[in-house]
Design a protein around this ligand. Structure first.
Ligand code: NAD
Ligand code: LMR
Length: 326
């Protein structure tokens, strides 16, 4: 049996975590041979609810669950963490854009970036789920100067998975037939789900769908899916968000499927002409616990315009939180 790794999860008594923690503890994120110690962070008023979640985790008798830490102190929850899933943040309600949460949530990520900087493993892999995820990841990263900026990522895997299902449904296929899906940019309504690279059963997806469906149905459906869930469910996506977080971390830690890629919000190195230093979603492959941007894709004018629009929004969000970016 391997030595246990430490997985910190914030917002651990919230709705996403209620789907997420049990799957991490059962080995779905890091493998069925990898014991985990869960280090759970909540705000003080939610500690009692967190206790209940921890009791349920115990009651599952997961063979891979090697310990549970519960705290309202980030320096306790992040101590020596190998993985950190930053979920704890306010969700949006009907009629809001995710960036409307910036003011409420940004301070959380500057404090947590500092705490990660001080106490986490020097190789900690950080996934920001709390919205607006890309800019919150930027805030955390910039407040953790001692850590590698590549280790701060934002979740666009839910958008990626949504796009897989929409395309599979449209082409009477299954998600297993769809590859090379890409979400560019922000986890927001400006994100660009790109079908020019995508394939269905090895053939170009754009040869199987009409341009009109792509522009006027597929793209807005994926961009607005979070809002549609909120409208239908009365609460923001939770189980699907947890599932995407598992997918993101699993692929980052254990590698992406041969010959395919995934979408991850990562620290831009200027690839594809995007401003360096933004947390921008790119097509990535992962190997040996590290990610790499897929290079050399042909970008047409339509895609270029959409990629620039979502980049512009991220630059505006960054400028709005300049006071939190040391
Ligand atoms: P929720 O309100 O059910 O849970 C959030 C939890 O975070 C609460 O228990 C709260 O007490 C806790 N919390 C608040 N501040 C905290 C802090 N400083 N430290 C630790 N914990 C703190 O919300 P949820 O539905 O679980 O959603 C959480 C976040 O995830 C929201 O911002 C939501 O918009 C976002 N989200 C992102 C994606 C994505 O694809 N990136 C998908 C779904 C939801
Ligand atoms: C989602 O995409 O479902 C989440 O980001 C929640 C939201 O506010 O849309």
């Amino acid at each position: 049996m391997k030595a246990p790794v430490r997985v910190a999860v914030t917002g651990a008594a919230g709705q996403i975590s209620y789907s997420l923690l049990f799957r991490i503890a059962s080995g779905e994120m890091l493998g069925k041979d990898q014991p985990v110690i869960l280090q759970l962070l909540e705000i003080t008023p939610a500690l009692e609810a967190l206790k209940g979640v921890a009791m349920e985790l115990e009651d599952c008798a997961f063979p891979l669950l090697a310990g549970i830490v519960q705290s309202d102190d980030a320096t306790v929850a992040f101590k020596d963490a190998d993985y950190a899933l930053l979920v704890g943040a306010r969700p949006r309600g009907p009629g809001m854009e995710r960036k409307d949460l910036l003011e409420a949530n940004a301070a959380i990520f500057s404090a947590q970036g500092k705490a990660l900087n001080d106490v986490a493993s020097r190789d900690v892999k950080v996934l920001v789920v709390g919205n607006p995820a890309n800019t919150n990841a930027l805030i955390a990263q910039r407040n953790a100067p001692a850590l590698d900026p590549r280790n701060f990522t934002a979740m666009t895997r839910l958008d990626h998975n949504r796009a897989l299902s929409q395309l599979a449904n449209k082409t009477d296929s299954t998600v297993n037939d769809v590859t090379h899906m890409t979400i560019w940019g922000n986890h927001s309504s400006t994100q660009y789900p790109d079908l020019y690279q995508a394939k269905v059963s090895g053939e170009a997806a754009m040869e199987k769908v009409e341009q009109d469906w792509y522009e006027n149905d597929f793209i807005p459906t994926v961009q607005q899916r979070g809002a549609a869930i909120i409208k239908a469910r009365g609460a923001s996506s939770a189980a699907s968000a947890a599932n995407a977080a598992i997918d993101h971390m699993r692929d980052w830690a254990l590698g992406t499927a041969e010959g395919d890629w995934v979408s991850m919000g990562i620290y831009s190195d200027g690839s594809y002409g995007i401003q360096e230093g933004l947390i921008y979603s790119y097509p990535c492959t992962c190997k040996n616990g590290d990610w790499e941007i897929v290079q050399g894709l042909e970008i047409n004018d339509f895609s270029r315009g959409k990629m620039a629009a979502t980049e512009q929004e991220l630059a505006e969000e960054r400028d709005a939180v300049a006071h939190l970016l040391p």
